[in-house]
Design a protein around this ligand. Structure first.
Ligand code: PXL
Length: 278
C-alpha cells in the first residue's frame, strides 16, 4: 500500500516553489500527496505585483472534513505559511493529526541570506519557532536558525558555530534538527544534522554551483519528506535530497535559455525516481 502525506503551504501558480514542486516531486517518489493550500498567489513573492488570495478560513473546515472521513497521514509537511493565524491553525492541525507513528516535518520558510522574506517580521519568526517545537524534524537554513535561536547570523564560521546552532535548535524540542546551506569550504555546500536524543550527528556535502534560484529549498525539503516516507534513513534521505537539488541547479545553470524564476526540476526528476526505487 502506498503511503500518504499531507503538505500545508501556499500555491504560487507560476514560479516553481511550495505546492507546485512538492506535489509533483513527492508524487513521483511514489507517495500520495494530499495538499492543504493556505493561499493562492499568481506567482511567488519575488515577482513584482503578485496577487494573493488568502485561504486561512478553509484550513479548519478542510481538516474537520478529513477527521470526519477518518483520513490519516504518514507524514505532515509544512512550508511557507502566511500569518500568525495560519501558524496557530497548523499547530492545531498537528494536534489533531499526530499519531504515534507519523512524522511531522516543519520547514520554517521565512528567511535567507541573513534577511527575512518581505512578508515577515521578527514577531512572525518567533511564532514560527513555536511551531517547530511540535515537529519531529526541522530543516531551517542558517538564516532561519539564527532568527529561531537568537544566535548571530554568520557567513564565515567553523564547526563549533554549527554545533552550537544545532544544539540550540534541539532545545526547541524536535527530535531531529538539520541545518541546510552549511559550508566549511567555498567550493562545497550541504547539511549537518543532530539527533537530539542520541547526540549523533551526520553531514553531507556536494560541490557548490555558483548561483542560487528561488524554490530550491522547497525542492530539497520535498525530497527529504518523500524519501523518509519511503523508508529511507535520515542520512540517506538528506544525501538523496542534496544530490538531486545540486544536479537540478547545475542543469538549470548550464542550460541556455532556462527561466530565471525557478529550476528545471522536471528534467532531473527521472533520476530521482530511479534513485528512490533502488
Ligand atoms: O520558496 C519559498 C516560498 C514559497 N511560497 C512563496 C514564496 C516563497 C519564497 O519567497 O514567496 C509565496
Amino acid at each position: 500500500m502506498i503511503k500518504r502525506i499531507v503538505t500545508i503551504q501556499d500555491i504560487s501558480c507560476v514560479g516553481k516553489c511550495s505546492l507546485t514542486v512538492a506535489l509533483p516531486i513527492i508524487s513521483a517518489m511514489g507517495v500520495e500527496t494530499a495538499i492543504l493550500p493556505t493561499a493562492v498567489l499568481s506567482t511567488h513573492t519575488m515577482f513584482q505585483g503578485f496577487t494573493c488570495k488568502d485561504l486561512t478560513d478553509q484550513i479548519a473546515p478542510i481538516a474537520q472534513h478529513w477527521k470526519n472521513e477518518n483520513i490519516a497521514f504518514d507524514a505532515i509537511y509544512t512550508g511557507y505559511l502566511g500569518s500568525f493565524e495560519q501558524i496557530s491553525l497548523v499547530s492545531k492541525f498537528f494536534d489533531d493529526f499526530k499519531t504515534k507513528d507519523n512524522l511531522i516535518v516543519v520547514d520554517p520558510v521565512m528567511a535567507d541570506n541573513g534577511k527575512l522574506y518581505p512578508a515577515f517580521d521578527e514577531a512572525y519568526a518567533k511564532e514560527n519557532t513555536k511551531l517547530c517545537s511540535k515537529a519531529d524534524l526541522i530543516v531551517p537554513n542558517l538564516t532561519e536558525a539564527s532568527f529561531m535561536t537568537g544566535l548571530p547570523y554568520k557567513t564565515e564560521y567553523d564547526r563549533s558555530y554549527i554545533m552550537d546552532m544545532l544544539k540550540a535548535l534541539s532545545q526547541l524540542g524536535p527530535k531531529y534538527v538539520v541545518l541546510t546551506g552549511v559550508s566549511f569550504r567555498p567550493d562545497q555546500i550541504g547539511v549537518m544534522g543532530l539527533n537530539s536524543e542520541t547526540g549523533e550527528t551526520f553531514e553531507y556535502y556536494t560541490d557548490r554551483v555558483p548561483t542560487s534560484y528561488h524554490g530550491t529549498g522547497d525542492i530539497f525539503s520535498s525530497v527529504v519528506v518523500g524519501a523518509l516516507t519511503r523508508g529511507k534513513t535520515l542520512s540517506d534521505a538528506f544525501r538523496i535530497a542534496c544530490d538531486y537539488t545540486k544536479e537540478t541547479i547545475e542543469y538549470t545553470y548550464k542550460t541556455p535559455g532556462t527561466n530565471a524564476y525557478g529550476v528545471d526540476f522536471e528534467v532531473t526528476l527521472p533520476k530521482l525516481v530511479e534513485r528512490i526505487n533502488n
